[in-house]
Write a protein that binds this ligand. Structure first.
Ligand SMILES: [Zn+2]
Length: 202
């Protein structure tokens, strides 16, 4: 147990500790409460107990992900700990406001131009495999409800121009922490929407 198991245990502990604030690294918002097999154990039993194949994840990401294994490099979802830093640093997740009453948000992937084609396809595969558009839209919908009260107050106290200013401050703060969180994408979309800032929020 000591010799060979020791380095593996150290890796395992470090993987667990990297689960940022207990958040699921696949979706970025769920509570990481289970260990997800990055490569499905049905197809790769030999990898099922290797630490690199066990990633803390939330229940929805763990159970919702298709067990069908990607047969191409571009079809492989992102590995939270071993993939290139570009997937974390460069923004690829964006959103747009739908001018509905109340406003709704939808999300999409737009990878940086300079990325290679396989990386571009992989973020899309990740986004689709974990059904992130519909799950992020639900989170955003809840957030817009509480944001409404804040923005109505800003509007009444400081004037309507403060609606966008407030959202800009929030968007920049969120982007500096997480380039690809649903919240960053949502706030940027709100800032970019004249319709929303000019009263759509109410
Ligand atoms: Zn998750």
């Amino acid at each position: 147990m000591v010799g060979r198991a020791k380095p593996a245990r150290a890796i395992y502990d470090s993987l667990l500790s990297q689960s940022h604030l207990g958040k699921c690294p696949f979706c970025g918002f769920g509570q990481a409460s289970t260990l997800d097999h990055y490569l499905p154990k049905a197809k790769y039993p030999q990898f099922s107990v290797l630490p690199f194949n066990l990633v803390p994840s939330c229940k929805d990401c763990n159970t919702g992900k298709s067990t069908a294994i990607a047969t191409t490099a571009e079809g492989q979802s992102l590995h939270p700990y071993f993939d290139h830093q570009n997937f974390i640093d460069d923004q690829w997740l964006y959103a747009k406001v739908r001018e509905t009453k109340p406003a709704t948000i939808y999300f999409f992937v737009k990878a940086p131009e300079q990325w290679d084609d396989i990386s571009k396809e992989r973020v899309k595969a990740h986004f689709n495999a974990f059904k992130l558009n519909s799950r992020y839209s639900v989170e955003a919908g809840n957030e817009l409800v509480s944001l409404r009260d804040v923005l109505v107050n800003y509007c009444q106290l400081f004037g309507s121009e403060w609606v966008r200013k407030h959202l800009e401050i929030e968007a920049n703060s969120s982007a500096s922490q997480h380039s690809n969180s649903w919240k960053t994408a949502m706030l940027q979309a709100l800032v970019a929407s004249d319709w929303y800032c000019d009263g759509g929020f109410q």
